[in-house]
Design a protein around this ligand. Sequence first.
Ligand SMILES: Cc1cc2nc3c(=O)[nH]c(=O)nc-3n(C[C@H](O)[C@H](O)[C@H](O)COP(=O)(O)O)c2cc1C
Length: 210
Amino acid sequence: MSLLPALQTRYAVKKFNPAATISRAQLELLLEALRLAPTSFNLQPFRLVQVIDPAVRERIRSEAAFHQPQVTEASLLFVLAAETNVDERTIARSIDLAAAIRNVPRSSLEARENQIKGFVMSFPPEQRLAWAQRQAYIALGVLVSAAAEAKIDVSSMEGFVPDKVDAILGLSEKLLRSTVLVAVGVHSEDDEFAHLAKVRKPIEQIFQVL
Ligand SMILES: Cc1cc2nc3c(=O)[nH]c(=O)nc-3n(C[C@H](O)[C@H](O)[C@H](O)COP(=O)(O)O)c2cc1C
């Protein structure tokens, strides 16, 4: 399906079919879309963490995510988590990668490295985390769009308590902050949201020429 019809027909699934599964190929498509998402300075300061253990998913649902059923009923559950330790080493690694992939001397990228450091390191740590989370949201948008195109159902959820999810999964020790839950699967035939008209502002309220 091409992108616009896919965006017109996709929706935020509230009720998944717990018996329906997502294939390895479908998962890989979503991961590749996430990987290719653009981010500021190309730093990609996030991880997509898959939660496999059903008991852990149940804990997230009941202790942290306000009992949202998508957490346990979708085929797959992910936590999109932002890195809490974006620093000069993050930037240096990104420059290393660019030099290797583009086969250019690292020294040719040093001005760029210093420019990125000047921008990112001027933020205090909490603003740096907020910045990393914004990058994660860009990746979420790309993942959701790719899923729509491939007719894979997704539910993005901010309705959870990040401190609780971080504690359940031990994310703080991994220098990660849970940002969005992403449930992926196949919607249930009786999900009433599947049949609702799409509600969006008219374009005049979104687009403006000044
Ligand atoms: C970042 C984000 C967080 C969301 N959090 C929740 C959530 O916690 N629970 C929920 O039921 N829906 C959640 N939604 C779904 C939105 O409510 C939904 O996308 C919006 O109402 C538009 O509907 P549509 O996606 O079906 O077109 C979230 C969506 C996004 C993008």
